[in-house]
Design a protein around this ligand. Structure first.
Ligand code: 5GP
Ligand code: MG
Length: 184
């Protein structure tokens, strides 16, 4: 049963558990059309893309290999500071593989353009990028994902993997925090 109760720290819900589940399943069908029965090497950016990845890989029946990488985070704020850095890189080989890069949200574009360039440098057979959320209005570096779950307005969101100071990742919905919670 989807949870209807709003978390007390949320000012509003942007996407419900049901809306997310439907869209993730639809993305699975789009991936199936693109990849057929090919094996996919998934590169997922921790920790934000954790829940999205877990649901998306179960929406496809392709053989998958999963590699988790980590970039510098926002710390305890809602604004990223400077250029993102890779703090834990690739473990699996990407050479000649069909690589699908996953992230929770495409914001300024800095993280995904950095990571895409890095993956291209290790010669995959193909590289596609899929994000759950896209905040187009915030782009600093020109970057578009191949597959997007939802276009969202320029608001700092939490839930379904997305955090504020490492909290709220386990919310089933995606929402906007109350202003007083963002200062805490
Ligand atoms: P970019 O490099 O595109 O600016 O930032 C991408 C990363 O910033 C995302 O992977 C995510 O971790 C973080 N981020 C961007 N916008 C939001 C947001 O609204 N909420 C949360 N929790 N994280 C965000
Ligand atoms: Mg992230």
């Amino acid at each position: 049963m989807p949870t209807k109760k709003i978390h007390p720290d949320l000012a509003s819900v942007l996407l419900t558990e049901t809306q997310i589940a439907r869209r993730v399943n639809a993305l699975g069908r789009e991936l199936k059309k693109l990849y057929g029965d090919e094996e996919i090497t998934i590169v997922t950016i921790m920790n934000g893309a954790l829940l999205f990845t877990a649901d998306l890989i179960r929406a496809i029946d392709n053989p998958v290999r999963i590699d988790c990488i980590r970039t510098t985070s926002y710390g305890a704020g809602t604004e990223s500071h400077g250029a993102p850095k890779l703090v834990h890189g690739l473990t699996l080989d990407m050479n000649g593989r069909h690589v699908l890069l996953l992230d929770d949200i495409l914001d300024t574009g800095k993280t995904l353009s950095l990571i895409s360039d890095m993956i291209r440098g290790v010669h995959p057979a193909s590289l596609r990028v899929c994000v759950l959320l896209d905040k187009k209005a915030r782009r600093v570096v020109p970057f578009e994902a191949d597959l997007v779950g939802f276009q969202i307005p320029d608001k700092f969101v939490v839930g379904y993997g997305l955090d504020f100071a490492e909290r709220y990742r386990n919310l089933k919905m995606i929402g906007v925090l109350k202003p007083e919670t963002q200062k805490a």
